[in-house]
Design a protein around this ligand. Structure first.
Ligand SMILES: C[S@@+](CC[C@H](N)C(=O)[O-])C[C@H]1O[C@@H](n2cnc3c(N)ncnc32)[C@H](O)[C@@H]1O
Length: 313
């Protein structure tokens, strides 16, 4: 299987991870192992790479790629959601690791594999599950959620101003015929957005497809929960490197970093601290890092990428 996915901000990720040859590094979004193979190259016999992906195809492709890396380092791969990061680290008989990388969202491979149903550019079953063993796919979401829920999801996760019209059109159409393909959904979205609004900006289905994908894979909820957990799973000096691809994700990362880097949160007029909170991390990137001009020219996917880094105290 070929897995064409250009790793985003590869050099930056490797630099920020501060890789030690004897360290343990966890790549929570293995994909095609673009980042992981560079991590593995830098490890010695005492070093370990732990890779996680919820997509079985990614695990297979990454396994094939990592097998070819010239290294003394070891690696283990887990097919699971990164929300299970604590269990995964525990399975290695470890309590913490020296670095965690999260390169969020879908891989180019998932988008290119038409039959996965992520892309509005290819007609395919409406699936969008990163993990094929999950029950709810995109067709289930589109055919079963209420008009109110669909409006909320499309508005919040897609930042789509025509959300309520799109939801209305979905509900009307599904009463006539079940919506089972990406082509059907894309046509319904197009019909819902007035022609003048459709002429500007990206493909009219882009935002709604993003929203449905986020809902199907519970992306924001899982990210929020995992960020809360991950800080406690880093050794002192260990780094958390996160790349996001849209503003909702970036906001969650920024907020989590802010919360965990803050000390006392008692009101200013308290004579002394009663909350007892101390900072757990130091934020390394005050502003998100974006891709260099040469990467932007070469890899359009890097355009929306934002990288943030924190270090465990
Ligand atoms: C952008 S790609 C990563 C690409 C990888 N860094 C590379 O260079 O090849 C994101 C990957 O993370 C996986 N993924 C996304 N959310 C996940 C989650 N909650 N748990 C596990 N894997 C996840 C996706 O299946 C996808 O393969």
């Amino acid at each position: 299987m070929t897995f064409e996915h250009k790793p985003v901000m590869l050099d930056e990720c490797i630099d920020y991870l501060n890789i030690r040859t004897d360290g343990v590094y966890l790549d929570a979004t293995l994909g095609g192992a673009g980042h992981s193979s560079e991590i593995l190259k830098r490890l010695g016999p005492e070093g370990l790479l732990i890779g996680i992906d919820q997509d079985q195809n990614a695990i297979q492709a990454a396994g094939q790629r990592l097998k070819k890396v010239q290294t003394k380092g070891r690696y283990v791969l887990y097919h699971t959601n990164f929300e299970n990061i604590r269990e995964v680290i525990g399975m290695q008989k470890l309590k913490a690791v020296d670095g965690v990388l999260m390169d969020l969202g879908v891989s180019s491979h998932q988008l290119d594999e038409g039959e996965r149903g992520f892309s509005y550019q290819q007609d395919a079953p409406l699936d969008m599950r990163m993990n094929k063993s999950e029950e709810r796919d995109a067709a289930w979401v589109v055919n079963n959620l209420s008009r109110e829920d669909l409006t909320r999801i499309i508005r919040e996760y897609g930042e789509e101003k025509w959300a309520s019209r799109i939801a209305e059109f979905i509900v009307k159409n599904r009463e006539i015929q079940k919506i089972t393909t990406t082509g059907q959904l894309a046509d319904i979205i197009k019909a819902a957005i007035p022609a003048a609004a459709r002429r500007k900006g990206p493909h009219p289905a882009k935002r709604t497809f993003q929203a449905i994908r986020i809902e199907v894979n519970r992306e924001l909820e899982v990210l929020e929960r995992t960020l809360k957990e991950v800080v406690g799973l880093l050794n002192p000096g260990g780094r958390l490197v996160v790349i996001t691809f849209h503003s909702l994700e970036d906001r969650i990362v920024k907020q989590a970093f802010r919360d965990r880097s803050q000390g006392c949160v008692c009101p200013g007029d308290f004579p002394q601290c009663v909350c007892g909170r101390t900072p757990e991390i130091r934020v390394i990137t005050k502003k998100p890092v974006t891709a260099s001009q040469s990467e932007l020219d070469e890899n359009p996917r890097s355009r929306s990428a934002k990288l943030r880094v924190a270090e465990k105290l």
